[in-house]
Design a protein around this ligand. Structure first.
Ligand SMILES: NC(=O)c1ccc[n+]([C@@H]2O[C@H](COP(=O)([O-])OP(=O)(O)OC[C@H]3O[C@@H](n4cnc5c(N)ncnc54)[C@H](O)[C@@H]3O)[C@@H](O)[C@H]2O)c1
Length: 272
């Protein structure tokens, strides 16, 4: 159902790889709500993924950009404003990758060059996006910038290894750049801390199925789906949340407030 919440708004959506991607669902919802936007992803990921299918469905253009490259981001923001015919109202940063997780390295055995890559791709890229937006004065007043995070920024999830630090940095960047962009041109910056979700990035984490089921059983509302995450992103891009900024917003069916649930007690009791 559409409420026209983004009618007339222009955006940039990072990170749609395939139909399971959270960014994919956000793009579909943003289109439904009347937004115009460009899609972007790393050149390599674009060759592997299906972004052109999404572009067709949303009548959007695709501009390749490696989010760790300031030069690519400059080109992206310049072209996006040309294509959309004006400044940007919303940006979704839906990017995460850890070479250490990909190669199955445990927390005690991390490759430090890869650790730096994890931080660059999954956290510093968010700073770079806002740096370029600021330098090009590319955001409209009352614009909204959102990145996706995970509760491993605050709590220990052993298999999430160096991505935990990346998410902690990401959330800190949202607060610090949120202050800056708020003062400069009333742009808000937030992170959404999303439930485990069955996507390429999500299922790449060791033990994913177990902590997906655990989180589901812990949360009174169950895990938040990618579709419901997209709904939440839309509210944050809309004019209904103009004074929400510098927040890490839990979107997890209640998981983060729980100690233990009856479902988990039952599950463990059955095993013993
Ligand atoms: N899936 C989950 O369980 C979960 C939970 C909480 C938060 N998140 C976060 O949601 C976001 C989106 O992930 P997803 O679950 O939709 O998985 P996904 O694999 O569909 O998306 C990750 C995206 O990051 C892109 N990317 C990687 N390196 C890049 C680079 N150098 N430049 C530009 N793009 C690059 C990939 O191409 C891909 O499109 C990530 O930040 C992820 O950490 C996911």
């Amino acid at each position: 159902m559409s409420y026209n919440l983004l009618k007339g708004k222009k955006g940039i959506i990072f990170g749609a790889l395939d139909e399971k991607s959270i960014a994919w669902k956000v793009a579909m919802r943003a289109k439904e709500e009347g937004a115009e936007f460009v899609l972007t992803n790393a050149p390599l990921a674009m060759r592997m993924g299906e972004i052109n299918k999404l572009a067709e469905a949303c009548n959007a253009q695709v501009i390749p950009a490696d989010a760790t490259s300031v030069e690519d981001l400059e080109n992206l923001f310049t072209k996006a404003q040309e294509i959309l015919g004006g400044k940007i109202d919303f940006v979704l940063h839906s990017i995460g990758m850890s070479p250490n997780i990909r190669k199955g390295k445990s927390y005690g055995d991390l490759n430090y060059d890869w650790f730096l890559k994890t931080l660059d791709i999954s956290a510093l890229s968010f700073h770079k996006v806002m740096h370029v937006a600021e330098k090009q004065n590319a955001m409209n007043e009352w614009g909204s910038i959102v990145a996706l995070s995970y509760i491993a920024a605050q709590r220990v999830f052993p298999d999430y290894t160096d991505m935990s630090q990346a998410k902690a940095v990401l959330e800190s960047i949202a607060r610090n750049y949120g202050y800056r962009l708020g003062r400069l041109n009333k742009v808000r910056v937030n992170t959404i801390s999303q439930s485990p979700t069955k996507t390429t990035a999500g299922t790449g984490v060791g033990g994913f199925d177990a902590f997906y089921d655990y989180a589901d059983k812990m949360s009174p509302l169950g895990n938040a789906s990618a579709e419901s995450c997209a709904d939440y992103c839309i509210t944050l891009f809309s004019d209904l949340t103009r004074l929400v900024t510098m927040q890490n917003l839990m979107h997890d069916g209640g998981f983060s407030t729980m100690g233990i649930s009856e479902d988990v007690v039952e599950m463990i009791s059955k095993q013993s």
